[in-house]
Design a protein around this ligand. Structure first.
Ligand code: COA
Length: 157
């Protein structure tokens, strides 16, 4: 008979670590099911090699190594941070991963005073995530996404 604690955990432990070039195929897979307009390979290469970028992945921490369940990217300039992108695999959502990724990326920059990001007004889950972290809407960029405006949200740290 199984004893308490014998069961495999429902969710494998996840560690947050810097994104590496070899993570990109999995990241593209996540983008393809998460974003209306995934970045091109050239944009990803430029982002990953920029000295102003910080990209973190959430990777399964198992003996077999691990698949990537989500990532976040920010850019830092002086005392401002800009959230460039964040996405979590559909099957790993609503487990607090995006919140962990974003708060961890922000906390790597104690010099930062303000965090900015753009979000589609129609993206209810992302807006709800940002609201839950204390972001507020401070402006709008007309037709930023081509087919839709962007809301500009900011968080004062
Ligand atoms: C937005 C996204 C990154 C959220 O990832 P996630 O790991 O599911 O988010 P979390 O589990 O950390 O959620 C944290 C909080 O955000 C809010 N939230 C997240 N998803 C939500 C949803 N579908 N509906 C309502 N609130 C939601 C909730 O307040 C949640 O806290 P709770 O679960 O305790 O209620 C994910 O839905 C995603 O990858 N979407 C597609 C890509 C995208 O739109 N990126 C943003 C571009 S601006």
């Amino acid at each position: 008979m199984k004893e308490r604690g014998d069961e495999a955990p429902l969710v494998p432990p996840v560690e947050l670590r810097p994104m590496r070039e070899e993570d990109l195929p999995e990241v593209w897979e996540i983008d393809s099911v998460s974003l209306a307009r995934p970045w091109t390979r050239a944009i990803w290469q430029a982002e990953l090699h920029s000295p102003f970028s910080d990209y973190l992945v959430a990777a399964a921490n198992t003996a077999e190594g691990g698949g990537i369940s989500g990532y976040v990217g920010i850019k830092h300039t002086a005392d401002e941070l800009h959230v460039m992108n964040i996405a979590v695999r559909p099957e790993s959502r609503r487990r607090g991963l995006a919140r962990r990724l974003l708060t961890s990326a922000i906390s790597k920059h104690p010099e930062a005073r303000t965090v900015y990001l753009e979000v589609r007004p129609s993206n209810a889950s992302a807006r709800s995530l940002y609201d839950s972290l204390g972001f507020s809407t401070v402006g709008r960029r007309p037709r930023y996404y081509g087919d839709e405006d962007a809301l500009i949200m900011s968080l004062t740290l």
